[in-house]
Design a protein around this ligand. Structure first.
Ligand code: FES
Length: 316
């Protein structure tokens, strides 16, 4: 599946363990060139091994183009990615990475509330470092952790300035997300990354909010129920001229794998954006949580998409 994927060559220049079970990597260009720029809250895919692609948030500030910093928690139910990072990557290991994508867009004028659980702070680190560097302090981070939170030193000045509230669940209850968010007004923008229970509470508290004022970063893809009802359709790859019939049993991703198509896959659940692909013809049925309506006019997240027409042509 990984044949010919365009990646940026990097090498691990440093790795450490800033918290139990968390491995931090610094990646840089092997010859010291600047890396492609990124925006606050962006993430990259690490191409760890053939067929093993994982997406992680960039933790350093976007003005720092000399390196990419990622922090990876070893998951007890690892599908292979975090274990590979912890056990197989060392200083000097070459790692292909995708171009950075995504962003978290904090409001310049409103009040920004970031809610994080443990290692779920990673997407907010680059945002907070960027805001602090620009003298923007119109934010607060409510950070739930069992014990000392991981990576706290990355935003220590903001903690000391009182803009970050840490809730140590060994000593105090978890924060009441609904109460935090309802203290605000229409000028409040909320962002959440953490375990599913936290995301569910956030979803409930912001159910009536306009989409533009809330944002969720997910680590794990929600279960996508396969649709076994759609009619088979023809999948055509425009560049290679390959085609295949997509049946409900095969699915679009299975069809692309059968054609050995050039599409990286990370979460396989429509949340990371690694597999976004331009489509040329047909009626894709979008089931992802990545693309905006405008982007869907020309792109599709193939790991979860289906097709409502008899033919789907992808720009591959
Ligand atoms: S692989 Fe993550 S969105 Fe498709």
């Amino acid at each position: 599946m990984a044949k010919g994927i365009r990646t940026v060559s990097t090498v691990v220049t440093s790795c450490d363990t800033p918290a139990p079970g968390v491995r931090r990597l610094i990646l840089a260009d092997p010859d010291g060139w600047d890396l492609p720029p990124f925006r606050p809250g962006a993430h990259i895919d690490l191409h760890l091994a053939k067929g093993l692609v994982r997406t992680y948030s960039l933790c350093n500030e976007p003005s720092d183009n000399a390196r990419y910093v990622v922090a990876v928690k070893l998951e007890t139910e690892s599908r292979g990615g975090s274990r590979f990072v912890h056990e197989r990557l060392a200083v000097g290991t070459p790692v292909g990475v995708s171009l950075p994508r995504g962003r978290i867009e904090a409001s310049h004028v409103g009040r920004n509330v970031f809610l994080a659980g443990g290692i779920g702070v990673t997407p907010f680190l680059s945002v907070i470092r960027d805001m602090e560097a620009a003298g923007r302090t119109n934010y607060e981070l409510h950070w739930t952790s069992r014990g000392e939170p991981p990576l706290a030193e990355a935003i220590r000045p903001a903690i000391e300035a009182g803009r970050i509230r840490v809730y140590d669940t060994r000593r105090e209850p978890r924060p009441d997300i609904a109460a935090i968010l309802h203290e605000g007004d229409n000028n409040l923008y909320a962002f959440c990354c953490g375990p599913n229970a936290m995301l569910d509470a956030f979803d409930a508290a912001t159910a009536s909010w306009p989409e533009a004022r809330k944002h969720i970063e997910r680590f794990t893809a929600p279960k996508i129920v396969a649709n076994s009802d759609f009619a088979p359709y023809e999948l055509v790859l425009a560049a290679s001229k390959l085609s295949i019939t997509v049946t409900p049993e095969l699915g679009l991703l299975g069809a692309l794998e059968a054609l050995d198509a050039d599409v990286p896959v990370s979460c396989a659940g429509g949340i990371c954006g690694a597999c976004r692909t331009r489509w040329i013809e047909g009626s894709p049925v979008h089931r992802d949580r990545v693309l905006t309506p405008a982007e869907r006019a020309s792109e599709v997240i193939v790991c979860v998409a289906e097709c409502a027409s008899s033919r789907l042509v992808l720009d591959l």
